[in-house]
Design a protein around this ligand. Structure first.
Ligand code: C2E
Ligand code: CA
Ligand code: CA
Ligand code: CA
Length: 279
C-alpha cells in the first residue's frame, strides 16, 4: 500500500491520474474477488519426458472477473504484489494446492509433487517458512511432495534476505525450483546459496520465436550446466513433439506444455491421473 500512496503523490499529469485510478479500481476488484472466492487455481501436469507419465502439478492462479472474463495472472499479480495483497493470496494458494494434493489420495503416486509459485513479497516476509510449514502440517502433506518455484529476479534482488528462509525450507525437505531460468543473470553461486535443486528452462528458449533446440542453443547450455551441478530440469512451454524429443535427447528429464496438457481445473487433473493409471 505504501508504494501505491507514494505513487499517487507524484502522479499529476492526466494520463497518470487515469492509470492510477484504473489500478486502484482493479485493486479493489481484486480484493473483492479474493474475499468472494472468485480466485481459483488451475493445475498443469509436469511429465516425465521419456515415459509421458505425470510426475507433478504446477498450481496456476486464475481470476474470474464479475463479467465472467478471465484476467491473466501476469496482469493482476504485479498489482497484488505492490499492494501487499499477494501475501494473503499466496498463502491461500499454498493451502488450496496442498488440499488438492491431499484430495488426490492414492490416485497420485507417493513421489508425485505439487509445485507452487512464490512471489517476491511472500519470500520477503520473515515468517514465510513458518506459514509454509503450518500449511503443510494442517493439510497433512509431506514436505518431500512439495516444491516451491521462485524466479531469477527474486533470487537476485533479494538474495541475502531470502537465503535463511530457503535454507530452512530445504532443511525441511521441500524442493526448490528456479523458474524461468535463463531469462536473468543468476550465477552458479546463487543457485548453490539458495539450495536450488531444479531448473525450469523458460519457454522462450523452447518454443519461443527464433529459439534453437540444438547444442548451440540456450536450452542445451542450461542442460549441460544442470548436469554438471546435479540439478533436475523441467522444460517449459513444450508445444510439439519435436521439442519434446530434442529436449529428451539433450538430457532434460521433465517437461510441461500444451503438447501434454494446458492448465486444467482440479477435477480434470484428477481424470488425467486416473486415465494414466489404466494404461
Ligand atoms: P510461470 O510460472 O512461468 O507459468 C507458466 C506459464 O506458461 C503459465 O501461464 C502457463 O499457462 C503457460 N504455459 C504452459 N504451457 C505452455 C505452452 O506450451 N506454451 C505457452 N505459450 N505457454 C504455456 P499463466 O498461467 O498465465 O501464468 C503466468 C505467470 O503468472 C506464471 O508464469 C507465474 O509467474 C505467475 N503465476 C501464476 N500463478 C501464480 C501464483 O499462484 N503465485 C505467483 N506468485 N505467481 C503466479
Ligand atoms: Ca512457475
Ligand atoms: Ca516458468
Ligand atoms: Ca513465466
Amino acid at each position: 500500500a505504501k508504494r501505491f500512496n507514494r505513487g499517487k503523490v507524484v502522479f499529476y499529469d492526466p494520463e497518470h491520474v487515469t492509470a492510477a485510478r484504473d489500478r486502484m479500481q482493479m485493486l479493489s476488484q481484486l480484493r473483492q474477488a479474493f474475499t468472494s472466492e472468485r480466485l481459483f487455481l488451475m493445475y498443469q501436469p509436469i511429465v516425465n519426458l521419456k515415459t509421458g507419465r505425470i510426475t507433478a502439478a504446477e498450481a496456476l492462479l486464475r481470476w474470474r472477473s464479475d463479467n465472467g472474463d478471465f484476467i491473466p495472472p501476469d496482469r493482476f499479480i504485479p498489482l497484488a504484489e505492490q499492494s501487499g495483497l499477494m501475501v494473503p493470496i499466496g498463502e491461500w494458494v499454498m493451502r488450496t494446492a496442498f488440499r488438492f494434493l491431499k484430495n488426490l489420495g492414492n490416485i497420485a503416486s507417493e513421489d508425485f509433487r505439487i509445485s507452487v509459485n512464490v512471489s517476491q513479497t511472500q519470500f520477503r516476509e520473515p515468517d514465510f517458512a513458518t506459514k509454509l510449514f503450518q500449511a503443510m502440517e494442517d493439510c497433512r502433506v509431506e514436505p518431500a511432495r512439495v516444491e516451491i518455484e521462485l524466479t531469477e529476479s527474486v533470487a537476485i534482488e533479494s538474495l541475502e534476505r531470502i537465503k535463511p528462509t530457503l535454507g530452512a525450507v530445504c532443511q525441511a525437505g521441500v524442493s526448490i525450483a528456479m523458474d524461468d531460468f535463463g531469462t536473468g543473470y543468476s550465477s552458479l553461486s546463487v543457485l548453490h546459496q539458495l539450495h536450488i535443486n531444479r531448473l525450469k528452462i523458460d519457454k522462450a528458449f523452447i518454443s519461443g520465436p527464433g529459439c534453437r533446440l540444438d547444442n548451440q542453443g540456450i536450452a542445451a547450455t542450461v542442460l549441460q550446466l544442470a548436469e554438471k551441478l546435479s540439478l533436475q530440469t523441467i522444460g517449459e512451454g513444450i508445444e510439439d513433439e519435436s521439442q519434446r524429443k530434442a529436449l529428451l535427447e539433450m538430457g532434460c528429464t521433465e517437461g510441461q506444455g500444451y503438447l501434454f496438457s494446458r492448465p486444467v481445473p482440479a477435477e480434470a487433473f484428477e481424470e488425467l491421473l486416473k486415465k494414466q493409471e489404466i494404461q
